[in-house]
Ligand binder design. Structure first.
Ligand SMILES: Nc1ccn([C@@H]2O[C@H](COP(=O)(O)OP(=O)(O)OP(=O)(O)O)[C@@H](O)[C@H]2O)c(=O)n1
Ligand SMILES: [Mg+2]
Length: 417
């Protein structure tokens, strides 16, 4: 069935599938381009149209995406306002020319032969992210996409070509990024947070000036000093990206990796709000970081669970760093604030951010962090307090709560010895 369908169309594999296969990586989803066909012909072959006025179709069996070869010309701001031409005369080369990066603009015929008019193979070998043509600028989201591909492939040695970075700077300066919807910005950012090197995404955005437009709260950290004895890297922006790098290493592909990494990104936002006369100290930066974290999340419509964890990590990371000297009652209050009784994962996430914070400093990359073990011990003691025994002893209503807190404090005090 597939064979007969495809034999009547001129079909090429394109985009990420060709790229990842050439890099020796696992291919997740496959995108196809169809040359010389029409929507009517596609429908007659059994394909289902995806969008109303976009020439993209789903294969009746594999459900993979097949797009008619097309050109696009921008005639407005942002995502809207494209003049799309998908008449059957559009060639494969024309379709590839409108794409973002040369490494994404290699096509493969069904017999395996590669068609590479823009030298994507060479750029794959040179580990270079290079735009295909000036048409790159027609979709400003591509500034974020390149930063994300950089984050995804940095560990393989990929760099952004100088002329592409320049173009990203021009697009940023033109103000086009301001027309991106929050949803699209967050979608790219969330994907970037899940890559092997999320810090490279934010560094690349900074390199082209886009960080100040999209994440001014993070950008504001650059140039803010820390005490050199604890922070040999000094700069709060650099520290933040180092913490993000460590958080990525610690979380790997665990399911809540993205929210922990996002919390790492936000944990020190308050340092940009320190009065300059206090430098390099940042008294109260934990609480000062909450408003910019909430503002960033509101603007980009970041999902609630990200915001909640980021706010907790802002507020309480220093508590964990100092847990050895905290009173047992303060520790119980901290656990209450973290809602650890219902959500023990909050404690794990905070401890991961704190470990990343410790290691995200120049020369401290392999530091131990005994505070995490201690926090876990205190939690184990406190969570073992038996509420049923308190009820059985005859306590009522809010007395139960009070007794619970009291006994948890006692349990932690005992553990402190
Ligand atoms: N703004 C965009 C989005 C997509 N593309 C093109 O469409 C292809 C498919 O897009 P997408 O699936 O988003 O990216 P992939 O490169 O396939 O990467 P992934 O593995 O993440 O799917 C890209 O390779 C690229 O050629 C583009 O040029 N500009
Ligand atoms: Mg794809």
């Amino acid at each position: 069935m597939i064979k007969t369908l495809q034999s009547q169309l001129e079909i090429y594999l394109v985009g990420g599938a060709v790229r990842d296969q050439l890099l020796g990586l696992e291919v997740k989803d496959r995108d196809w381009v169809v040359v010389g066909s029409t929507p009517q012909h596609m429908l007659a072959q059994g394909y289902r149209q995806v969008g109303q006025d976009f020439p993209v179709f789903l294969h009746p069996e594999t459900q993979e995406e097949y797009a008619l070869a097309r050109t696009e010309r921008k005639c407005g701001h942002g995502y809207q306002g494209f003049a799309v031409d998908f008449t059957p005369g559009i060639s494969l080369e024309q379709d590839l020319l409108r794409r973002d990066l040369t490494i994404n603009a290699i096509a493969q015929r069904l017999d395996g032969e590669l068609i590479d008019p823009y030298h994507g193979l060479q750029d794959l070998q040179n580990r270079t992210l290079r735009h295909v043509s000036a048409a790159f600028a027609e979709d400003p989201l591509r500034v974020l996409r390149v930063a994300r591909f950089h984050a995804r492939f940095a560990h393989l040695g990929f760099k952004i070509a100088a002329e592409t970075l320049q173009l990203m700077q021009q697009i940023t300066q033109s103000g086009e990024l301001d027309h991106l919807t929050p949803e699209r910005v967050w979608l790219e950012t969330e994907k970037a947070l899940k890559t092997a090197s999320p810090q490279v995404y934010f560094q690349s955005l900074r390199d082209c000036g886009a960080l100040a437009r999209l994440f001014p709260e993070v950008d504001a950290l650059f140039g803010i000093p820390n005490p050199p004895q604890h922070h040999p890297e000094i700069d709060s922006g650099i520290h933040t990206l180092m913490v993000l790098e460590q958080a990525a290493k610690l979380t790997g592909d665990q399911t809540d990796a993205a929210s922990i990494r996002f919390a790492a990104l936000c944990h020190d936002l308050g340092k940009a709000r320190t009065p300059a006369e206090n430098y390099p100290h940042h008294y109260g930066h934990e609480q000062l970081g909450v408003p910019p974290t909430i503002e960033l999340c509101r603007r980009l419509k970041v999902p609630n669970h990200y915001q909640q964890l980021a706010v907790l990590c802002c507020r309480y990371h220093s508590h964990i760093h100092r847990i050895q000297v905290l009173k047992a009652s303060t520790i119980v209050r901290l656990f209450d604030s973290l809602d650890v009784w219902r959500k023990p994962q909050n404690l794990n996430a905070l401890l991961t951010v704190c470990l990343a914070d410790t290691r995200g400093r120049l020369g401290f990359e392999h530091s131990d962090y005994p505070q995490a073990d201690l926090a876990r011990q205190f939690y184990q003691r406190a969570v073992a307090v038996d509420v049923q025994a308190i009820i059985a002893a005859g306590y009522q209503k809010q007395q139960i709560r009070e007794q619970l807190t009291l006994q948890r404090i006692k349990a932690i005090s005992a553990a402190k010895g």
